[in-house]
Design a protein around this ligand. Structure first.
Ligand code: G6P
Length: 611
């Protein structure tokens, strides 16, 4: 999510850091900063931190008159998770002699902050990252050197992190450590580099080593030593990275959309991180406490793909929490003089947090006295700022205009919300909640499993990619997934596609079916399966071509469908997190086959800030 770059060598590092950050700006851009070990007139090194809110350009302006001089340093572009974008929350965070940049989420940061506060520590930001600077500084004072201090500090930390640490009390090295967030080490001649992503350092070296989970690296001018969290040395041989700089930005994928599709298991893991507990059989919403007994009405509003998430949300909340939910398009809702007021909860869903219609609907509901909450991806964007509560998805920046990882993380946030409400409405008992949470935590692994079908989907895309129209069918909570599959195909391949509730097919779309019409049907085993099978018989009787998304182990579907893409099984409320993936890949491969501009489709915008 955030971008990191670090350098130790004999060159002036500020230009290297800024150039590296420029290459990472697509990862995060709400604030930026550098920390450099700068010699004073006597040659003593002191850390100089320069950081500010806003894009990298703001930092460059700050640095223009007196850039830090020094040969050891690190930089960061931030994508906010804990704490809004501000000068104080910008990285690096410094405490005592220790400075830290961080990408990731520290799950136990509230507990760590409380115990540090009890020991007299004072904090100057709202971030989880600052905690690490305090922990390392304490450990460094206890002796053993910087690497050892980082190792001991990390033993107290739970969560995802890629960190780089430097200290003017230990100026001969910089320390990098990773758990669940990426870090790459660049090997140079008399200089070494670290970065969150390859593009940041590709101009300087192609010899790179990727840090693995739970590893710590000590970079000096002369070399890089890696060890695990127990301190055991690890040998790693550098690889030569062949990527061009354009390929490197997309992590080797052909398009940002494909990269983002493949990031979804990681993104959903980040949405869940620290928010579910099997022991407590509960979902925690970052301190937001909702009381269904006091909630008169619950309305979900959104636009585009986020509206499809809202439609799934209705199923989730009604099934799991047994609370009635209304769903509306924000663009319709705001002009209808909606009936809403005190005691009602309006939940807006928005990736960007900037969609004009959604923002206007939020203001309308708030103006009428309702409680307003949002599920958003961009921290402190306009919609979260206009709401009483915000639950962030932590998907990281989404560059492809067609939304993918934002959608599945919205689904994950809605499952969290449904569990939270279900436990408080009494509809979800402890045992069922614990089972559902356990299955929920297994979903990222199952998502990764679905990506293994990409070559098969590529073949299907070539076979049907010349069709003029597509029909997408689904039932229950897979009906919105059919809508989303059709939208993805329309957006990026420009093929006309319609999503329909399978039971509605006989009321119209059936007239379109002939041997040229591919019908994509989302039919995992579960509620409504037999009904969808009957709908498929109707398609087959009219020579339609059936592409089925079915559950592994389904021995009947092959007899009726022309193509079958098998996904792992999961409880019905969680299936949309899996069934949407083949549809994203199908749209992607058809568009790629047609050669359209996948990341920036014609006429579309990532964020629609006009009515
Ligand atoms: C635009 C984007 C869609 C997105 C919709 C709503 O149309 O192209 O991908 O779903 O806006 O955006 P939001 O940021 O509010 O989720």
């Amino acid at each position: 999510m955030c971008g990191i770059v670090g350098y130790i060598g004999d060159r002036e590092c500020t230009p290297i850091l800024i150039e590296g950050l420029r290459r990472l700006e697509y990862r995060g851009y709400d604030s930026a900063g550098v920390a450099v070990l700068e010699p004073d007139s006597a040659g003593t090194l002191a850390t100089r931190v320069v950081r500010c809110r806003g894009k990298l350009g703001n930092l460059e302006k700050l640095l223009r008159d007196s850039p830090p001089t020094g040969r050891v340093g690190m930089g960061h572009t931030r994508w906010a998770t804990h704490g809004r974008p501000s000068d104080e929350n910008a990285h690096p965070h410094k405490h005592g002699s220790v400075s830290v940049v961080h990408n990731g989420i520290i799950e136990n940061y509230l507990a760590l902050r409380a115990s540090l506060s009890a020991r007299g520590h004072k904090f100057t930001s709202e971030t989880d990252t600052e905690i690490i600077a305090h922990l390392v500084d304490d450990e460094l004072k206890a002796g053993g050197g910087l690497r050892e201090a980082v190792r001991r500090a990390l033993a107290q930390v739970q969560g995802a992190y890629a960190i780089v640490v430097l200290s003017d009390a230990a100026p001969g090295s910089i320390i990098a450590a990773k758990n669940a967030s990426p870090l790459v080490l660049g090997v140079g001649e008399g200089e070494n580099f670290v970065a969150s992503d390859v593009p940041a350092i590709l101009a300087h070296t192609r010899q790179m080593m990727f840090l693995e989970e739970g590893e710590i690296a000590e970079l000096t001018r002369g070399g890089i030593a890696i060890c695990d969290l127990a301190g055991k040395a690890i040998q790693r041989i550098p690889r030569t990275i062949q990527w061009s700089s354009v390929m490197a930005e997309k992590a080797g994928y052909k398009h940002f959309m494909l990269k983002e599709i493949h990031e979804q298991d990681r993104a959903v893991t980040d949405t869940l991180r620290g928010r579910v507990s099997i022991e407590k059989a509960d979902a925690l919403l970052d301190g937001i406490e909702l009381a269904p007994s006091e909630m008169k009405k619950l309305t979900l509003i959104a636009c585009g793909t986020s509206w499809h998430a809202a439609l799934v949300g209705k199923f989730l909340i009604e099934q799991i929490a047994r609370i009635p939910v209304e769903v509306d398009l924000a663009s319709e809702y705001r002009y209808r003089d909606p009936i809403i007021g005190p005691g009602d909860l309006l939940l807006a869903i928005s990736q960007s947090g900037e969609t004009a219609d959604t923002l206007a609907a939020v203001k309308e509901a708030r103006g009428k006295g309702a409680t307003v909450m949002c599920i958003a991806n961009v921290v402190d964007s306009s919609i979260p700022r206009a709401c009483h509560h915000a639950l962030y998805t932590h998907a990281g920046p989404e560059i492809g205009v067609a939304s993918t990882k934002a959608f599945t993380t919205q689904l994950a946030a809605l499952v969290l919300l449904a569990i939270h409400l279900g436990r408080r409405s009494g509809a979800l008992d402890e045992a069922r909640a614990a089972t559902l949470i356990r299955e929920f935590m297994a979903i990222p692994q199952k998502m990764a499993d679905v990506f293994g079908h990409s070559p098969q989907i590529q073949v299907i895309a070539r076979r049907y990619g010349k069709a003029r129209d597509f029909l997408f069918l689904g039932r229950g909570n897979n009906y919105p997934i059919a809508l989303e599959g059709a939208l993805k195909l329309k957006e990026i391949s420009y093929i006309h596609a319609e999503g329909y509730a399978a039971g509605e097919m006989k009321h119209g779309p059936i007239a379109l079916i002939d041997e040229h019409m591919p019908v994509v049907v989302v039919c995992p085993k579960g509620p409504g399966y037999e009904k969808v099978m009957s709908n498929l018989a109707e398609v087959k009787a009219r020579d339609g071509k059936i592409i089925a998304i079915a559950t592994r182990g389904d021995s009947d579907i092959g007899a009726i469908a022309d193509e079958v893409i098998l996904i792992p099984d999961a409880p019905a409320p969680l299936l949309p997190l899996l069934t949407v993936l083949p549809l994203q890949l199908l749209a992607y491969h058809i568009a790629d086959f047609k050669g359209t501009d996948i990341d920036q489709p014609r006429n579309l915008a990532k964020s629609v800030t006009v009515e």
